[in-house]
Ligand binder design. Structure first.
Ligand SMILES: Nc1ncnc2c1ncn2[C@@H]1O[C@H](COP(=O)(O)OP(=O)(O)O)[C@@H](O)[C@H]1O
Ligand SMILES: [Mg+2]
Length: 430
């Protein structure tokens, strides 16, 4: 049993590469915490620092209430499983799982009992006398897990253990990992880049981008109430619609989100109204998942867009529609890459930088004020100057036809509102 606390932890690799940037996070006793983020965001680096395989550049790691920065890996009581759980090829499955106990000179009767018990839990009891070379990928990962957990570590670390398996095996083993670590009650930190894995497995998810922690919460909290546009987009199973309206407050009667060809009003009674009104005159980012949009009749007088249905896409369990509504779309705003500058992370974009980033993000050029010339280094923001289609989830029936003009109703409660830097305007409570 163990708690893990990361306090303002930074990792700079030799050569100056900033891989983890002032990250603070806590894993509770017995919790299954999933570290989620795109490839290269620093997940493995963080896990390896917890395991003691990588030095911590600055900040503190606490294991079970004690500073652990300088503890040797073997003194941390931590077990780790990697993507390619390497096994001893000349030992049987039984020999592989028993190995850590044999090294610790455990009583042979106890070894036998533990191996039998674990191999049953992992559904590899039929393979105990076989060599790893004769096993499937899924079976090999089960053996690697058995070997890691056999000495009952206080902390179990898994780095993308399912990434090399085919889809069916991934789902099966995912469920088994979930029940195994919960049955053992061992604190587990599980790394993945797969949002479905994270949502299905986690007690809580910590989501990272470019070495920076973006959000932490239960799957429901961070899916429904994400802290940043990055989190909203990363956790969306269908691509999220990100739009960039201007905020106006005509005669102070209501708040108008002005998308150019379309407007949406937000009444003052909306709990987010005051926070949004602080952006009057400026642009914000609105995130709308495709399932927060729905076909409505042309007579609908609630919040809606209209446009031409360009194409319909069949996804088996649902249809998606791509609607040309003349809306300027943006991509997820990224902070300037601190690694490109070679220094430690700057404290977010400055106002001027954020404005010019916003100008480049905006495709419609609703406000073509010429300021400083656009930055050309770093960010790959080309390709964002477009009027993207609105993606609408239709459910199991394609109620529209390609080419027709359609009205799209908007679930106002599910509009997510972000600043131009991508932070929530009405911060979620955690
Ligand atoms: N030993 C190393 N030396 C220098 N840079 C590294 C080293 N290991 C990883 N990196 C870099 O640090 C960043 C984070 O890597 P990593 O933690 O492996 O990401 P993830 O596991 O999220 O894919 C990447 O840009 C990677 O190239
Ligand atoms: Mg990794």
């Amino acid at each position: 049993m163990s708690t893990v606390v990361l306090d303002d932890v930074t990792k700079v690799y030799p050569g100056g590469h900033l891989a983890v940037d002032r990250l603070s996070l806590r894993a509770e006793n017995g919790e299954l915490l999933v570290l989620l983020g795109p490839s290269g965001c620093g997940k493995s680096t963080l896990l390896r620092m917890i395991a003691g395989l990588e030095d911590i550049t600055s900040g503190d790691l606490w294991l079970d209430g004690r500073i652990a920065n300088h503890l040797a890996p073997r003194d941390r009581d931590v077990a780790m499983v990697f993507q390619n759980g390497a096994l001893y090829p000349h030992r049987t499955v039984r020999g592989n799982i028993a190995f850590p106990l044999e090294i610790a000179k455990a009583d042979p009767a106890l070894v036998k009992e533990r191996v039998t018990e674990l191999s049953k839990a992992l559904h590899i009891d039929e393979t105990l006398e076989r060599r790893p070379g004769t096993l499937s990928g899924g079976q090999r990962q089960r053996v690697a897990m058995g070997r890691a957990i056999v000495r009952q570590p206080s902390l179990f670390l898994m780095d993308e253990p399912l990434s090399n398996l085919d889809a069916g095996m991934r789902t099966e083993l995912r469920m088994e990992i979930s029940s195994l670590v919960r049955a053992l009650g061992v604190t587990t930190i599980y790394v993945t880049h797969d949002q479905v894995e994270a949502l299905t497995l986690a007690d809580r998810i910590a989501i990272m981008n470019r070495g920076v922690l973006q959000d932490v919460g239960t799957p429901g909290q961070i899916y429904n109430d994400p802290a940043t546009a990055f989190v909203a987009a990363f956790l969306s199973s269908q691509q999220i619609n990100l739009l960039a309206p201007q905020v106006r407050t005509p005669q102070n009667e209501y708040i108008l989100l002005d998308f150019g060809p379309h407007q949406i009003t937000i009444p003052w009674t909306d709990p987010r109204a005051y926070a949004v009104s602080q952006h009057t005159g400026g642009h914000i980012i609105v995130g709308i998942r495709p399932d927060a949009l729905a076909p409505v009749p042309d007579t609908f007088d609630g919040p809606s867009f209209h446009g031409r249905v360009r194409t319909l896409e069949y996804h088996g369990h649902e249809w998606l529609a791509y609607v040309e509504a003349g809306l300027p779309a943006v991509t997820v705003p990224e902070p300037p890459d601190p690694r490109a500058a070679g220094g430690p992370a700057a404290a977010g974009a400055t106002g001027g930088k954020a404005r010019s980033m916003m100008r480049r993000l905006l495709s419609g050029g609703a406000e073509p004020e010429p300021e400083t010339p656009p930055e050309t280094n770093g960010q790959a923001l080309s390709g964002t100057h477009r009027r993207a289609d609105l993606i609408v989830r239709l459910g199991s029936r394609p109620v529209w036809r390609a080419g027709e003009t359609a009205r799209v109703g908007i679930d106002l409660n599910r509009l997510m509102l972000f600043t131009s830097e991508g932070n929530r305007i009405d911060p979620p409570r955690r």
